[in-house]
Design a protein around this ligand. Structure first.
Ligand code: PEP
Length: 253
């Protein structure tokens, strides 16, 4: 089964108008060397419109996503952003359940599942992040935690609903730490996830794109992406360095 590789850059709470312009321009110029993979960037909310306009001006193949969204469609939710607003700003994707949202903003599995539904009902593709903490890994609970996160979405969306999204396996201990899961550690979890989904629908499980995230860089990307069940990466720190990000895109093929 050939699944298209995806490289997604999560810019987190970084950037200025000038920096965004420079970063996007350099990535776009270098992308001529990369044809097969889908490249996405996730700027912070206030710069989505700027980046959408730059993508249009550059006639760029880069796709755009939000870093988070509200589970509500509209209403009195001060400070929140709806799926329809992201769509209106030309986003095609949105991150849901990033570990920083889960840990710093106390997003539960149920809330993340509601956000997944809100995103896909509005026609956005959720990039659904799952992953275990170091303590959970060390106590042998990695798959229990990851399956619970996935099952919360399966419970309300079913397999067909889940498969409208993309899964990003991001072990919390590898995010922003410089410690990457080894290619085999990541592959093992990706394989378990795919097998878990295959119990419900083998064909959809084979089609599901599962990204790895956690300290991916220009040096380790090739080995990670060579693993059978790893379909690209969700990139944090290295997504802010145009040359590194481009090398990662090239590694994805
Ligand atoms: C992330 O925030 O999703 C991430 C993977 O970050 P980093 O690449 O910096 O570990």
């Amino acid at each position: 089964m050939v699944r298209q590789a995806i490289v997604a850059g999560n810019w987190k709470m970084h950037g200025t108008r000038a920096e965004n312009q420079q970063l996007l321009q350099t990535i776009n110029d270098g992308l001529a060397a990369v044809t097969a993979s889908q490249v996405l960037v996730f700027p912070t909310y206030v710069y989505i419109q700027q980046v959408a306009e730059l993508i249009t001006e550059m006639n760029s193949p880069i796709g755009l996503g939000g870093q988070n969204l509200s589970e509500h469609a509209k209403g009195a939710y001060t400070g929140e952003i709806s799926a329809a607003m992201l769509k209106d700003l030309e986003c095609s994707h949105v991150l849901v359940g990033h570990s920083e949202r889960r840990s710093l903003y106390h997003e539960s599995n149920q809330l993340v599942a509601s956000k997944f539904i809100a995103a896909s009902e509005a026609g956005l593709t959720p990039v659904f992040c799952v992953g275990e903490s170091l303590a959970e890994r060390e106590s042998g609970r990695t798959m229990d935690i990851v399956f619970r996160q996935i099952d919360a979405v399966l419970d309300i969306a079913g397999m067909t609903g889940l498969c409208k999204g993309i899964i990003a396996y991001e072990p919390v201990w590898a995010i922003g730490t410089g410690v990457t899961a080894s290619p085999q550690q990541a592959q093992d979890v990706h394989h378990e996830i795919r097998s878990h989904l295959a119990e419900l629908d083998e064909q959809l499980a084979n089609e599901m794109q599962i990204l790895y995230g956690g300290s991916v860089n220009a040096t380790n990307a090739t080995e990670l992406f060579a693993m059978e069940d790893i379909d690209g990466g969700l990139i944090g720190g290295a997504a802010l360095k145009a040359d590194d990000f481009l090398k990662i895109c090239i590694a994805a093929g």
